[in-house]
Structures are given as structure tokens and as C-alpha cells.
Design a protein around this ligand. Structure first.
Ligand SMILES: [Zn+2]
Ligand SMILES: [Zn+2]
Length: 139
């Protein structure tokens, strides 16, 4: 398992399985989503939580704030942004990133900061089914 080796983490069965879930999905996942995919391998929810914490500490995954009740994570190596439905929580990723120019502007006008290493940027809106439902209900 390349990523575990690269991060010098012991390659255990639960770690391998959970990395595989992230690599297969290419989407935001919470502990429950992952648990549902690995429970048939005998991995319990506590192990999922523990593994997520360890992965986050080693920068294999990162937390993304999508304003949903559960913490959501994605692989840290794949830079992208999200659109989140504020009604049902549907999430779509998009690759487009225009933050480089914005970072330079922010830095140019900042008196306190010497560099910018990272950014978080998500859109919030309504997915098609939720938008149609609002129209039907006359909201
Ligand atoms: Zn929706
Ligand atoms: Zn970006």
C-alpha cells in the first residue's frame, strides 16, 4: 500500500481497507459512509474513527467543512473544491481552482502575512431535486 508506506504507517488490514474506500470513491466521506463499506470485513466503527484520526494527523486525508452534522474527509493529495446542497447534503466536486490569483491579491494587501500555503473554498446551493421540490411547494 503505497500511501501507508510513504507516510511510514504500519500497513494493517483496516488501514488498507479504509484507504481503498477513499481511493475508489473520490468523494467526501464521513465515518458512517466508510463504516458501511468496511463492516463486512469485520471493522468496527471505533476502528474507523481511530483510523480517520490517524490518517488526518499524517496528512493522508483532510477534513472539509461542508456545514453538515458529521465530519467529512477526503484524500489530501487531490486538490479540488465542492458544491454542497444546503437542503439534502448532496455534494459534487469540481476541479476548477482560481485561488492562486486570489491568494496573491490577499498577500499583496496583507500587512501581517508572509505566505499562504492552503485555502478552503466551497459553494453552497440547491441540487436539482431539491430545487424542483422548492418550486413545487411554492417556496
Ligand atoms: Zn438537495
Ligand atoms: Zn483550490
Amino acid at each position: 500500500m503505497h500511501i501507508l508506506k510513504e507516510k511510514k504507517l504500519k500497513s494493517t488490514m483496516p488501514r488498507r481497507e479504509i484507504v481503498a474506500v477513499f481511493e475508489k470513491g473520490h468523494r467526501l466521506l464521513n465515518a458512517e459512509d466508510i463504516f458501511n463499506k468496511v463492516k463486512k470485513k469485520g471493522i468496527d466503527l471505533a476502528t474507523v474513527y481511530r483510523t480517520l484520526q490517524s490518517f488526518e494527523k499524517h496528512h493522508i486525508i483532510k477534513k472539509v467543512d461542508v456545514r453538515l452534522p458529521a465530519e467529512h474527509y477526503e484524500l489530501a493529495d487531490h486538490h479540488h473544491h465542492h458544491v454542497v446542497c444546503t437542503s439534502c447534503g448532496e455534494i459534487e466536486s469540481f476541479e476548477h481552482c482560481s485561488m492562486d490569483a486570489a491568494s496573491k491579491k490577499v498577500l499583496g494587501s496583507s500587512k501581517k502575512f508572509a505566505s499562504i500555503q492552503d485555502h478552503a473554498f466551497e459553494f453552497f446551493g440547491l441540487c436539482h431535486p431539491c430545487a424542483r421540490m422548492k418550486v413545487r411547494k411554492g417556496l
